[in-house]
Design a protein around this ligand. Structure first.
Ligand code: PLP
Length: 279
């Protein structure tokens, strides 16, 4: 596989990153996942803007991103992925620093790494819906930064899979925040409900696109706290993400709900989202 590493496109075997890279030692870095739908990078500008925000928040110097589209196009072509949906993974760590110290030097040179891989279809989940679990959100208070420090996400997702669930949805003292790699929204009486943007959730690009679709289709949007005790009130639920796209939720393990199958608003949003991806 061809990858981008610090300014060059090279074969993956040729990449060598020092164990003194702060990405390795402290998870001191940020990332983005962007979807390539033949022939475009979906919402590229929004992803790059979020990447810059994440870098700024961690005081990591922002590398030049002027030619990012050309780099991504080159990676797609070299890896023969022009005609299939693919996931683009971008990671920037603060870079090499020796000796190991918690405090960082302002002149560390960031390590910049990009891969592309074929996207495996999630049609079954999107058509049939998925089961999710609920857990207390024990992450830090800056979940709006797309940091590579993902241990709570890793462990919760692992527990979800061990229990035959597609995703784990988190709550803080009962108020739902988001999933390990997705935002969440609900439908009640033809209105959409989703937790408000804050430092407790990632400002998802899919969430943003879905809210825009709602305004185009006259679906009222309520960005409001949602308590786990209210789950029974909702007619539909969906998890949202670049890889997840719009996936209906048909069961919250251990909770009493009225969700049974993917509902009409979910199907409408899925259809319109797909048009945007492939138009
Ligand atoms: C914690 C978290 N929330 C939400 C999302 C959805 O964000 P996006 O729609 O930008 O992919 C992700 C995506 O990976 C995520 O990791």
């Amino acid at each position: 596989m061809w990858v981008f590493y610090n300014g060059e496109i090279i074969l993956q075997d040729k990449v060598s990153i020092s164990p003194f890279d702060r990405g390795f030692q402290f998870s001191d870095g940020v990332y983005e996942v962007i979807k390539y739908y033949p022939k475009k990078f979906f919402e590229l500008e929004a992803h790059i803007a979020r990447l810059k925000n994440s870098l700024n928040s961690l005081e990591i110097p922002i590398p030049s991103l002027d030619n990012i589209k050309q780099i991504l196009e080159e990676l797609i072509t070299r890896n023969d992925l022009e005609n299939s949906p693919a996931n683009v993974y971008i990671q920037i760590s603060r870079g090499y620093q020796f000796p190991r110290r918690h405090n960082f030097s302002p002149d560390a040179k960031p390590t910049f790494f990009i891969t592309v891989e074929k996207f495996l279809s999630r049609e079954k989940e999107k058509t049939n819906g998925v089961k999710v679990g609920l857990e207390e959100d024990i992450r830090w208070h800056r979940c709006d930064i797309k940091s590579t420090s993902l241990i709570p996400n890793v462990l919760s997702k692992h527990r979800a899979e061990e229990n035959g669930l597609s995703e784990m949805i988190w709550h803080r003292q009962g108020n739902i925040t988001e999933g390990t790699h997705s935002n969440i929204c609900f439908i009640k009486k033809n209105q959409l409900f989703t937790p408000p943007l804050s430092n407790f959730i990632l400002p998802g690009i899919t969430r943003k696109v879905v809210l825009t679709l709602c305004s185009q289709f006259d679906i009222p949007v309520n960005e409001t706290e949602i308590n786990i005790n209210e789950l029974k009130e909702f007619d539909e639920a969906m998890i949202l993400g670049t890889v997840t796209e719009i996936t209906p939720v048909i069961n919250f393990e251990g909770s009493d709900t009225n969700l049974t199958k993917p509902g009409p608003i979910c199907k409408l949003l899925q259809r319109e989202y797909k048009k945007l991806c492939y138009e």
